[in-house]
Structure formats: structure tokens, C-alpha cells
Design a protein around this ligand. Structure first.
Ligand SMILES: [Zn+2]
Length: 856
């Protein structure tokens, strides 16, 4: 039967082929070529949109769009993006008449001869695709970045065809709605209501958004500006603790940006929506920012780090209203251009909000370790990447954009001065407001403000991946340095050079001397250091803003490993922690010695901001570079140390930070029982109050350690959770944590179906436990299929999902066997998508390093 149908199909294809010459096909997605050709001829776009949203997820969302636009030429066929199936298109009416159209690879194609040069309008009735609608039982939210608007409705889905939107939503009677435009009127029907929104500002398709459902609305007004928050949080304590802070952070972010850019808030209103399990931390839809609920509403046990990261996130999304929304990149290859400012400026914006925070230290501790995480790997990518088709835009995102880019911008600011950068940015925003611009447009403006050749600078820092390896050699005579030189080479032996300012520290008997050096050669002599005393240590990146792997000489390394905890200056300690960790990854330090050094530092570290850095290094070393026996041998000392620190520290935030690490690394029987008692009796830990989320996570940690009462733990914790959203989340995650291997196998198999992966934050938590190092022996069988699924994950998931998928699959392993599976997969797929292959290499980097340790 099967073969028979194929023959009939082939026969018809043959017949069609004979009748007329086959028409050229449009490739799926939005290719750069298509985007360029449309930009040349299409303008003045307006979408009049209506969506009928039923209560039940099972019923389809129907829609109607009327697209008004101007065309300067009708020589070519018009291509409208609608990334759904032919059956989803119900009617197409062009300029009030039914006309012929074709449907190809997710595009509606209108023959050019039927179009007017000048004004046109097309009306299309359609069934919306569900993917980007994120339909939940009591709410729904859109997420269209980068090219997902066209999976829901027919449009020109590219960032440089900005349009206005007139939106109507027909929704269930008990729901409310929010979108880019303010609500114009609400028409109540018997079982439903129709929301009509004011015309939106001129925005890109990826900025268009709406959320509907059972949300609560809160409003605050300050200095004549009103902001609305929509949320579903049920925990009264969290609402009370967080609400005013959340509003105030938005008000202050707007004030700061208006002041810095000299441009008043560029749109009409600002609303934001707090969404449970929103896949990103936040998304900057014009006038309607969406956030993940858990990032906004913090509990009493929230740390300073949590609060700072919430403030940074709100500042990040708000600053996008200027950088990204008012001026948008022409194409997603410049997506970093909006992210670079929205990651860099918040570091300035949080200064007045957190006067107690050392901002320089915060910048170093946040951005450098994260940027190195990717940039030290063979799979690293430059800040500016190539992009031929928008369907691959999701692969461009990552730590290079969010963490290396702000470092590079800080370097640029240092190079051309703060004032010049600010003036240049003002000019850039004013010149391209409500339009699009790319990196070269900005460089042209900044170039006028400096003698430095910025396009050369850009080649090194923006267009080239990776980081330098910087080391030094010196000789001594009579306890004095007789010669000192700094060497620079390329980790990946491509003969590249990174020119930059660094500050070398020479330290002797606690006396620190700083030597500024401009690095611009493979080997350069530093005359100033000659005749200096024989040092206790030399820290090449003593200033903290040098970018690269700064290898310690062996004397300095030994000294710092044993004495870093005695150094007085908190910044030097932070830089040393980062440097020692890079040395560990480059096999210069034994993991056991490294743990000993961290233990000493944890005991003595007086700077709160340095503690996350130490704990992070501890966690990574613990799970990647120690084997089961080493962990077990060390567990008594390390676990006791962490318990003692929680007991001893007076600061609740520090207690909470240490608790988070301890509750994720404990392996001893004694600690397991201690945590079981805390969980069972919902006890505090030495005065540290745990939240419901903490107890849920603790339940997972106990089950993953095969606790004998695992069944009771599952049922009891589920019964304790009151919020419907949170209960659902736990029900989803539990099979992945189960002590029963078959249940876990079934869970993994279920992820092969798209509908089971829709809630990506749930999947992440589930994968975290499914591939937990304590389960590695049984779960390694999931590794190869996980890699095989990556292509589909990229096609169907949101922009950060491929990365997260890898972090919680391949990124959880440390064995030779796992390394072999990754290598074999890459060898078996020589033509694999380049960007995805790079991602695999990025997130298996620690695995390959761990393998090397194992081999040593
Ligand atoms: Zn952003």
C-alpha cells in the first residue's frame, strides 16, 4: 500500500512537471536574501489582527489578519511568511478580491502581476500554529523572538520591516489581556470578551506580543508615569516582599536611561507580565516586558546575588526599550549589538541602587568567568557571527553575547573615554530612532570621536573568537628581578594577537606594586620590573580587566594556592580565584590541592561578593574533576566545613549561598540524614529559613541520592505545595528523579515528543536530575540520543533551549565513556550544522578536560 501511493505521487509530480516549468522554490525560514529583497520594495506596513482564543488547549486558535503595505515594485512575486501547514491557511483575499496564491515551505506566495505598485492590502484567515503561543491551562503567552511570529500568523518576519499593529483578542470571560498597545476597550459578551488595543508603536515582528489568562493586575504611579504589573504569584509573603521593589526598579531604570541617552521613554506606556516558567529570564517586548516569575518574586531566603540579578535583569530589559526597540538591528547577526548595551549599561545602573556593592568586583566576578566558560573552548564563537537564515538565529545567543560583549564594551569605553561613548550612543539613537542600524553604522559614529582605528579593534574583539594565553618569564639575580618579559600566544595556535591594556601586580611581603602594560606583541620586555625585589607572586592580570588565560609562573602559583586567603585586597583575591581556576583547567593544579585552597578561602573570605565565585569553583571541581572515591574521602571535611560556616555566619544571604551549594554536593550518609530531618520537619538550618522551593529542591536531592523514604518524600512534598503551577511542575519533574530506572527511561523517551518539551524550564530541571552525576552510570545511555535530538530541539524550541539542552545533558558528564560518545557523534556527522556543532564543543569542554585529568 505504501509503495503504491509513492508511485501515484511520483506520477503526479511527473505530470505537473510536464505541464509547466517548475516554479522556483523558496527555502524554509527567512533567508538573508529574501529579507534583503523584501526590505527594498516593502514599506508602511500595518497589521490588523484578530485572534479567537478558546479556553481549552485542545481547540485551535483561529485568526484573521489584514496586512496593509506599500510596494515599490511588483516585478517579483510577494512572499509572506507563515511557518505552518497549507491546511492552516483558510482564505486569502488580495485587494478585496480572491486571487491565486501558492504555499511553499512555510510561505504564502502571491504572484507579482496581481499586486499594485503602491498601496495593497491582503486579508488572510488562518489557524494559528500553537508553538509560539505557549498555551497553558489558564493562560497563554506569545514569544516570537527571533522568527516565531510567522508560526502564529502570516507576516513579513524580519527585524527591519517594522510595522504597527491593531490587535483584537477574543478571550474567555474570566481572562484578561495585555499587549504592546494600551487597552482601548473591552467588550464583554456572555462567555467571552473582546479586547481592543490601541495601535502599537512602529515595532519589529519579534517585539510584538500578548499574554492572556487569569492574571492579577497591580498598578503604581510615580511622577506621572503609570506602570502595570500582571502576575499569577500566589505566595502572599513573596508578593509583599517583592512588589514595591519590582515597581521601583522599573521606575528608576527608566529615569536612568532617559538621563543617559537624553531621550525620553520612547514608547507610550510600560507594562510587564510575570509568567510562571517563562523560558527566558525576561524578554523586552515593546511596552510589555515578560519575565520569569521566579526571577521577579523573591523569597525571604533570597541572597544579595538574587536581588542584584533581579535588578540587573529589570535594568537589562528596560534599557532594551532604547537599545533594540527604538533602534533595532537590521538582521539577527547583529543581535549582540542590542545585548551589548543592555548587558553593559545595567552594570552602571545598579550602582546607585546597591551602594553596598563593589561594582568593579561585581563586573569581574560576573562577566569574566562566564565569558571564559565559552571562549576557552575550541567551539567558541566571535561576538559577531554570520547568519544566512533566521531559522538559525537561536544558535547565536550565549555567554559570548551576554558576558564577553560587556567586557569588550568596557574596553572600548576605556579606549575612547566615557563621554565619547555616551555622546556617540546618543547620536546613534537619535539618528536611527524607530528604525534599524547595524554595527558599521555605530562604528562610523564612534570613529569620529577617536584616533584609534576602530575597525581594526573590532576585528580583534568583535569578529574573532577566543582569547589569548598570556604568561611571563623572568630571571633573578641577588634576590632581584634581572629581566622580565610577557609572552602572548594563541590557545588554538592560529597565530592571533589580542592588543589590550593590562595591569601587572608585583607583590612582596604584602606590598603591592602595579605596572600598567599595553600588550601588543608576542613577547615584550617590561623594563619597569627590572631591579624589583624577588616577588612572592606576580599577577599578570592584577587589574582584573585583562581578558584571557593569564598563566601563573610556578612560584607565584604555589604561593597563591597556599596564601590567597591571607591577601588583604578583595579584588586581588577575586582575580586570583579566577586565575587559579584557569590554571586548574589547564592541568597546572591538582584538583585536590585546588579544593584545599578553596576550603581555606571559604573559611576566611570576608568579602560577600567573592563567596559565589568560590562556591562555583568548588561545585565544578567537585562534580567534574573528582571521582566517586575522592568525593567520598573529602565529604566529611567539606560538608562539615560548609555546615559550620552556615552556623557561624551571621549574614542570612551568605548562609543561603552556602546552603545552596552544600545541598547540591553532599554525598555522606550523615549529611543525607541531617537534610532528611530538615526537610521532613520543615526545620530551619542554623537560623536559615528555607522557602517552599528550597524544600522542593531538597526533596529532589534526597530522592536522587536514593533515600529509603523516597516514596514518602515525593507524596509529602507534592501535598505541601499549594500553587497549581508549582505542583504541576513537580509532577512533571518527579519521574526524571525517580529511583526506578524504568520510570526514568520512560521519562526520557517521552521527551522525544515535542508536546512533552513545551515547558522548557521544567525540562531543564528534569534533565538536571535525570543526568545527575550520581546517576551517571545508568543515565549515560541517554547521551547519544540526546545529541541526536539536538537538531530538532533547535528547530522546535526557544532560542536558549539548544544551549540549555546541552548544559543539562552532555554538560553533566565527566567520564571517558561520555567523551567517547561525543567524539563518535561528531565523527559520524561530519556535515552537522556548524553553529550546533560549536555549541556541542562548548558544552562538552569540561567533559574533555575531566577526561584528560582522568588520563593523567
Ligand atoms: Zn537582552
Amino acid at each position: 500500500m505504501k509503495h503504491y501511493s509513492v508511485f501515484i505521487l511520483l506520477f503526479f509530480i511527473f505530470l505537473i512537471g510536464c505541464e509547466e516549468k517548475p516554479e522556483s522554490t523558496v527555502e524554509s525560514g527567512v533567508s538573508l536574501e529574501l529579507a534583503k529583497s523584501r526590505k527594498e520594495i516593502i514599506s508602511d506596513i500595518n497589521y490588523q489582527l484578530l485572534f479567537l482564543i478558546p479556553q481549552s488547549k485542545k481547540q485551535p486558535v483561529e485568526g484573521k489578519v489584514k496586512i496593509h503595505f506599500r510596494l515599490t515594485s511588483n516585478e517579483e512575486d510577494l512572499i509572506i511568511d507563515f511557518n505552518a501547514n497549507l491546511e492552516n491557511v483558510k482564505t486569502v483575499i488580495l485587494n478585496s478580491k480572491k486571487k491565486k496564491y501558492r504555499f511553499e515551505n512555510g510561505h504564502i506566495i502571491i504572484p507579482g502581476e496581481n499586486l499594485n505598485e503602491g498601496e495593497n492590502h491582503i486579508e488572510i484567515e488562518f489557524i494559528a500554529g500553537d508553538n509560539a503561543l505557549n498555551r497553558n491551562e489558564n493562560f497563554l503567552f506569545t514569544l516570537f523572538v527571533p522568527d516565531r511570529a510567522s508560526t502564529v500568523f502570516p507576516c513579513f518576519d524580519q527585524p527591519d520591516l517594522k510595522a504597527t499593529y491593531d490587535l483584537k483578542l477574543n478571550i474567555p470571560g474570566s481572562w484578561i489581556a495585555v499587549s504592546n498597545g494600551a487597552v482601548l476597550e473591552v467588550d464583554n459578551k456572555t462567555n467571552s470578551k473582546i479586547y481592543k488595543f490601541k495601535k502599537s508603536p512602529l515595532i519589529s515582528t519579534y517585539h510584538f506580543a500578548f499574554a492572556v489568562g487569569e492574571f492579577k493586575k497591580l498598578t503604581r504611579t510615580k511622577n506621572g508615569r503609570t506602570i502595570n504589573m500582571y502576575h499569577r504569584e500566589t505566595n502572599k509573603e513573596k508578593i509583599k516582599l517583592s512588589t514595591e521593589d519590582i515597581f521601583n526598579l522599573h521606575f528608576s531604570a527608566i529615569d536612568w536611561m532617559e538621563n543617559y541617552t537624553g531621550i525620553p521613554y520612547p514608547f507610550n506606556k510600560l507594562d510587564f507580565v510575570s509568567i510562571p516558567s517563562f523560558p527566558f529570564a525576561g524578554m523586552e517586548h515593546v511596552d510589555a516586558i515578560f519575565y520569569r516569575e521566579s526571577k521577579l518574586f523573591l523569597s525571604e531566603s533570597a541572597t544579595l546575588e538574587d536581588k542584584l540579578s533581579r535588578a540587573t535583569m529589570i535594568n537589562h530589559e528596560t534599557s532594551h526599550m532604547w537599545f533594540g526597540n527604538l533602534v533595532t538591528m537590521k538582521w539577527f547577526d547583529d543581535v549582540w549589538l542590542k545585548e551589548i548595551f543592555s548587558s553593559f549599561l545595567p552594570t552602571k545602573m545598579v550602582e546607585p541602587i546597591f551602594p553596598e556593592i563593589n561594582q568593579k568586583l561585581n563586573f569581574i566576578n560576573t562577566h569574566f568567568p562566564r565569558a571564559y566558560l565559552i571562549d576557552r573552548t575550541v567551539g567558541s564563537n566571535p561576538i559577531k557571527q554570520k547568519l544566512d537564515n533566521l531559522k538559525y538565529a537561536g544558535t547565536l545567543y550565549g555567554k559570548i553575547i551576554y558576558d564577553k560583549a560587556p567586557i569588550v564594551l568596557a574596553k572600548l569605553e576605556q579606549l575612547i573615554s566615557k563621554d565619547s561613548l555616551q555622546e556617540g550612543l546618543k547620536e546613534y539613537l537619535n539618528r536611527y530612532e524607530y528604525g534599524n542600524a547595524d554595527w558599521s553604522d555605530l562604528i562610523r559614529i564612534l570613529d569620529k570621536k577617536t584616533d584609534i582605528n576602530l575597525s581594526d579593534w573590532s576585528k580583534t574583539w568583535i569578529e574573532q573568537a577566543g582569547m589569548p594565553h598570556v604568561s611571563c618569564k623572568y630571571s633573578l639575580s641577588d634576590d632581584k628581578i634581572s629581566s622580565f618579559s610577557i609572552l602572548q600566544d594563541d590557545i588554538y595556535k592560529k597565530n592571533r594577537l589580542w592588543e589590550q591594556n593590562i595591569e601587572v601586580i608585583h607583590s612582596k611581603d604584602g606590598k603591592v606594586t602595579r605596572y600598567p602594560v599595553f600588550l601588543d606583541a608576542n613577547e615584550q620586555i617590561v623594563k619597569e620590573l627590572e631591579q624589583a625585589d624577588k616577588p612572592d607572586y606576580i599577577l599578570l592580570n592584577g587589574g582584573g580587566f585583562g581578558y584571557g588565560y593569564f598563566e601563573l609562573d610556578s612560584f607565584s602559583r604555589n604561593f597563591l594556592l597556599n596564601n590567597v586567603c591571607e591577601i588583604n585586597d578583595a579584588e586581588i583575591r577575586a582575580i586570583t580565584y579566577i586565575t587559579l581556576y584557569e590554571d586548574l583547567l589547564n592541568y597546572k593544579i591538582n584538583p585536590l590541592d585546588f579544593i584545599t585552597s578553596i576550603s581555606c578561602s571559604l573559611e576566611k573570605e570576608s568579602e560577600k561578593q567573592n563567596i559565589p565565585l568560590l562556591l562555583n569553583n568548588l561545585r565544578k571541581t567537585w562534580w567534574y574533576f573528582l571521582d566517586t572515591k575522592a568525593r567520598s574521602d573529602l565529604s566529611f571535611n567539606i560538608e562539615n566545613l560548609l555546615f559550620t560556616l552556615i552556623e557561624r555566619k551571621n549574614d542570612n544571604e551568605i548562609k543561603a549561598l552556602i546552603y545552596k551549594t552544600l545541598s547540591s554536593i553532599f554525598v555522606s550518609k550523615a549529611s543525607t540524614e541531617k537534610f532528611y530531618d530538615i526537610w521532613k520537619n520543615q526545620k530551619q538550618l542554623y537560623g536559615l529559613k528555607l522557602s517552599e522551593t528550597d524544600y522542593t529542591n531538597l526533596a529532589y536531592e534526597l530522592i536522587v541520592r536514593d533515600h529509603k523514604d523516597h516514596q514518602f518524600i515525593e507524596l509529602e512534598q507534592l501535598a505541601r505545595i499549594k500553587s497549581v503551577d508549582k505542583k504541576k511542575r513537580m509532577e512533571f519533574v518527579l519521574p526524571a528523579v525517580s529511583v526506578d530506572e524504568r520510570t526514568r527511561d520512560q521519562f526520557f523517551d517521552s521527551l522525544k515528543y515535542y508536546e512533552n518539551r513545551q515547558n522548557e524550564t521544567w525540562v531543564r530541571t528534569a534533565l538536571y536530575y535525570l543526568n545527575h552525576p550520581l546517576r551517571a552510570k545508568q543515565s549515560i545511555k541517554y547521551l547519544k540520543p540526546s545529541l541526536e535530538m539536538l537538531g530538532e530541539i533547535q528547530r522546535t524550541g526557544d532560542i536558549f533551549f539548544p544551549k540549555n539542552w546541552l548544559v543539562y545533558t552532555v554538560g553533566r558528564y565527566n567520564s571517558t565513556e561520555a567523551a567517547g560518545i561525543v567524539t563518535e557523534f561528531l565523527e559520524e556527522n561530519p556535515d552537522y550544522n556548524e553553529n550546533l556543532k560549536a555549541k556541542i564543543l562548548q558544552f562538552s569542554d569540561l567533559l574533555f578536560r575531566a577526561e584528560e585529568f582522568e588520563g593523567n
